[in-house]
Design a protein around this ligand. Structure first.
Ligand code: C2E
Ligand code: MG
Ligand code: MG
Length: 755
């Protein structure tokens, strides 16, 4: 199955060419148009005939054009012929303009299917319209105005094409066609009916410029009835500038005030399945030939949309949908992993030696976070959009599939990894375009891994290599493209092992909090404890967060780690109440955990379990979490605050903060990052920053804690500057629960250095 509504993409590209051609003369226009048609349909011969004369021909030597053969081909819509020098060819012909110009397309090999036939017709019409416009352009002094009109026409048609290629529901596409027709043709009423699509389905109808109550009646009118019925019966565009007389002749009721009308048939699978009709109430109104062309173009769009919808529908429904379901992903209708692997297998088997095949493995950055923050239906919409952007970014011959979750793939035949890299760049660019879902604006990015086929590689291995490269793209900062090389594999295995070990370690209770005190510099007593996780690894010994935190964040395992740290910290704190009833503890929260509304219940339950009041607990969050600035963040903060829990902004000064949020959100304390504390007593700039943070905290009524205090000079400076809380190796490293208990016990005095 093609990865995109192929014909729509082709037509859109063809139309794009005309944007450029506008500046060309008719000769160059037909030359380029013929080239494009040949390329789009993979055809050996494309010719243009006016009446009986061949005016342009691609595919035969100039002195040996088989005029008779081409005339024959022009006369019938499609047939099979014997072409000199080529052999048996399939032929399709279509009218380029009403002035007797016909396009003939000949192809050896595969016969033309319905979709291709419709495409040829659409392209021929597009060319006709462009040629008419060009003729006029050269004659007319109103060049600028016409260009604007053409631009508008192209834009409007492109808009409709977009809704088709994005697989908007058929009704929506039909509505956009009738609205487009009303605008482009200056018509007062436009109707479009499609009958007999799908079994037992009621006709699809769209009306513009008419009261909505009329829609059901309009839907029920048989296609062959009235003036528009002529388009159905005769199978061609019909037009009148004296509607009431024409209607009376047909035995129909002439509708009030209608002056001029046109109607054109809509095709599917070689038969007429609908009619589009337009009417004007303007006195003396006449629809011109270019306007007739526009209506035909719109009818073609409707045909394409119907063909596309039916193809998808029947694919989905075929074999009770089982085959489709088994081979496609339900959400995006893209081929699934099995089908993708089959396609790669097929390409590997059938591609001639030396012809490369590249695979792009695409993973949406921070998708889990979006899903956690905004919910699954938001996540689903994001994935559908990603699928659609992918389809529009790749070449027509590329296959787009969805492997699982937020992982997509593009199978790109015939190009090396280097060229595929350029394709991948196009994909990443497309993805970063702004996106609005449910009124919520967001920006996506993707990490892409590229791998090229090599002798002896299986489909699984090729896909695996692209996956490895994608993994490297993730670990080197996301939103980038990485091409596979062999060393990457080892690194990935290591990370996969680590992920597995973290999961097992969590089950075995290997993650425990250590505690680092923060001191009151005035009383020289412990003010609070910060829980910092340590991993008691069975073979590697005790590991600090930098050995596993990044991967835990990426995989979401951090949520479980944070929960166990919070639980164990509260358990210990409850036990230490007898030593210091006012002691508080602070626990670090990952952004992922914080985005979960369930965090509120979890904290409430944990506090209740250990009979702790919320005021004994601080949660450390970072500036970026606060800056996320959405209603849910505020809601979570407020709910937790109502339990008595307080918030500290960790690593303050390194992120991006806005004073507004610091004021609006229920924040209790700022922790000055070690980076600034480092230079206290020696670096004027650091001192200026820290002074500013202390003043800011003071002004906002927040406590302020200096992190990473290592020297007495730093401590001295802080005391002088009015910062009374500090944490750092000068006082203590993070220590085990037992050591903390000893520290808190009355026997230990707190004098420069706790240990
Ligand atoms: P953080 O919250 O800013 O914690 C302070 C880090 O600085 C700790 O590193 C601590 O050991 C270290 N530190 C404290 N005083 C000094 C000092 O005087 N000099 C120096 N050079 N370093 C000092 P650690 O334990 O390796 O933690 C690193 C980061 O990992 C933490 O930064 C925090 O962001 C994160 N983290 C730790 N535990 C957890 C946890 O349970 N959950 C989550 N989500 N993140 C955690
Ligand atoms: Mg912290
Ligand atoms: Mg910190």
């Amino acid at each position: 199955m093609p990865s995109a509504p192929w014909s729509t993409v082709q037509l859109a590209e063809f139309l794009e060419v005309f944007e450029l051609l506008e500046m060309l003369d008719g000769v160059n226009m037909t030359r380029i148009a013929v080239d494009r048609v040949a390329a789009a349909l993979d055809a050996e011969v494309v010719a243009l005939l006016i009446d009986e004369t061949v005016v342009r021909c691609l595919g035969f030597p100039a002195d040996a054009v088989p005029v008779k053969l081409l005339r024959n081909a022009a006369e019938v819509r499609f047939s099979t012929l014997d072409a000199p020098g080529i052999g048996e060819v399939h032929s399709v012909s279509a009218a380029v303009s009403t002035a007797g110009c016909t396009m003939v397309v000949l192809r050896a090999g595969n016969a033309f299917d319905k979709e291709e036939e419709t495409l040829v017709r659409s392209m021929a019409r597009a060319l006709g319209l462009a040629m008419t416009a060009t003729d006029r352009l050269t004659e007319s002094r109103m060049l600028a105005e016409r260009l604007a009109e053409r631009q508008y026409l192209s834009d409007r048609l492109a808009q409709i094409q977009k809704s088709i290629s994005h697989r908007a529901p058929l009704q929506e596409v039909m509505d956009s066609i009738t609205e487009g027709a009303a605008e482009l043709l200056g018509a007062d009423v436009v109707g479009l009916r499609i009958v007999g699509i799908g079994e037992g389905e009621r006709p699809i109808a769209s009306l513009t410029g008419y009261p909505e109550e009329g829609l059901d009646h309009f839907r029920s009118i048989p296609l062959g009835q009235g003036f528009s019925g002529r388009a159905f019966i005769e199978g061609k565009l019909v037009s009148t500038e004296d509607f009431s007389t024409t209607a009376t002749e047909l035995g129909a009721d002439p509708q009030e005030l209608i002056e001029a009308a046109m109607a054109a048939p809509v095709h599917h699978d070689g038969r007429i399945v609908g009619v589009i009709n337009v009417a004007s109430r303007e006195v003396g109104r006449v629809f011109t030939p270019p306007q007739e062309e526009i209506l035909l173009r719109l009818a073609d769009h409707a045909s394409l949309a119907v063909t596309d919808a039916v193809a998808i529908h029947s694919l989905r429904d075929s074999l009770e949908g089982e085959r489709f379901k088994a081979s496609h992903d339900a959400l995006t209708a893209l081929p699934n992993r099995t089908t993708v692997l089959e396609m790669i297998e097929f390409e590997l088997d059938h591609t001639a030696r030396g012809v490369p095949l590249s695979v792009l493995y695409i993973d949406v950055d921070r998708f889990k976070l979006l899903n956690d923050m905004y919910g699954h239906s938001f996540g689903d919409r994001v994935l559908i959009e990603v699928a659609s952007r992918l389809r529009s970014a790749v070449r027509e011959e590329d296959l787009v599939g969805r492997l699982a979750g937020d992982e997509f793939v593009v199978v790109a035949p015939g190009i090396s990894a280097e060229d595929a890299g350029a394709l991948a760049q196009r994909v990443t660019y497309q993805m970063t375009q702004p996106l609005v879902i449910d009124g919520r604006g967001t920006q996506l990015s993707v990490s892409v891994g590229v791998a090229e086929s090599a002798a002896g590689l299986s489909s699984e291995e090729l896909l695996g290599n692209a996956d490895v490269a994608m993994y490297r793209a993730k670990t080197s900062g996301r939103d980038c493209v990485v091409c596979y090389d062999v060393q990457m594999r080892d690194e990935m295995f290591k990370r996969a092992d680590l992920e597995q070990e973290i999961s097992l370690g969590l089950k075995a209770g290997e993650f425990v909090p250590f505690f680092q005190p923060s001191m009151n510099l005035e009383t020289e007593k412990v003010h609070s404890l910060e829980a910092l996780v340590r991993w008691n690894h069975p073979t590697r010994g005790q590991l600090a967060p930098d050995a596993f935190l990044e991967l835990a964040e990426e995989t979401g395992l951090i949520v479980e780690i944070d929960k166990s740290v919070l639980d164990e910290s509260c358990r210990q704190l409850a036990g230490w109440t007898r030593l210091n009833p006012d002691l508080t503890i602070s626990v670090n929260l990952s952004v992922r955990h914080f985005a979960h509304p369930e965090i509120v219940d979890f904290v409430a339950e944990t506090l209740a379990k250990y009979r702790l009041h919320g005021s004994r607990l601080w949660l450390e969050i970072t500036e970026s979490m606060v800056m996320a600035n959405d209603a849910m963040t505020l809601e979570i903060l407020r709910s937790l605050r109502s339990l008595g829990v307080r918030f500290m902004v960790d690593d303050f000064g390194t992120g991006y903060s806005s004073l507004v949020y610091l004021k609006r959100y229920p924040i209790g304390a700022l922790k000055i990052d070690r980076e600034f504390v480092d230079g206290l007593g020696s670096d004027l700039e650091d001192e200026a920053i820290v002074t500013a943070i202390i003043r800011l905290a003071d002004a906002l009524g927040h406590e302020v804690i200096a992190e990473g205090v290592e020297t007495e000079a730093q401590q001295e400076w802080l005391v002088q500057s009015g910062c009374i809380y500090a944490q750092g190796f000068l006082f203590s490293k993070a220590i085990s629960a037992d050591a903390t208990e000893a520290l808190l016990s009355p026997a230990v005095t707190v004098e420069n250095g706790l240990l």
